[in-house]
Ligand binder design. Structure first.
Ligand SMILES: [Zn+2]
Length: 116
């Protein structure tokens, strides 16, 4: 196989100097974070060619199993995060609308003043 150092960009995370694992392909196995409902935030080592066609079945959990309590907590946090983002967007929209209204009323006032 050739080009075995193209995987690091795929995963986006750079610093995995501490734990170096090599999958069955002989490629350095990156640490990936799972975001499934069953294992939210749990990291695992997968095949270094995970997103390519010729991947092997290498799989090893890095973090211990996520306790049910923590799963719930993480899910809740993720939901909260989502809600906050939505709120932020609403606020942004409100500010834009208010700004436009202010501009409009100033415009009207100026026109009226100009007519006098
Ligand atoms: Zn592999």
């Amino acid at each position: 196989m050739s080009g075995n150092n193209s995987s690091s960009t795929v995963f986006g995370s750079s610093s995995m100097a501490k734990s170096r694992l090599v999958c069955y392909c002989g490629v350095e196995s990156p640490l990936v974070t799972a975001w499934t409902d069953e294992n939210p935030g749990r990291r695992f080592h997968g095949c270094g060619k995970y997103f390519q066609r010729r991947k092997c079945s290498f799989f090893r959990w890095f973090d211990p199993e996520v306790p049910e309590r923590r799963k719930k907590l993480i899910r809740g946090l993720l939901k909260k995060n989502d809600a906050m983002k939505k709120k932020e967007k609403k606020l942004e929209f409100t500010i834009v609308v208010l700004g436009m209204l202010l501009f409009l009323s100033l415009f009207v006032i100026f026109i009226k003043l100009g007519m006098m």
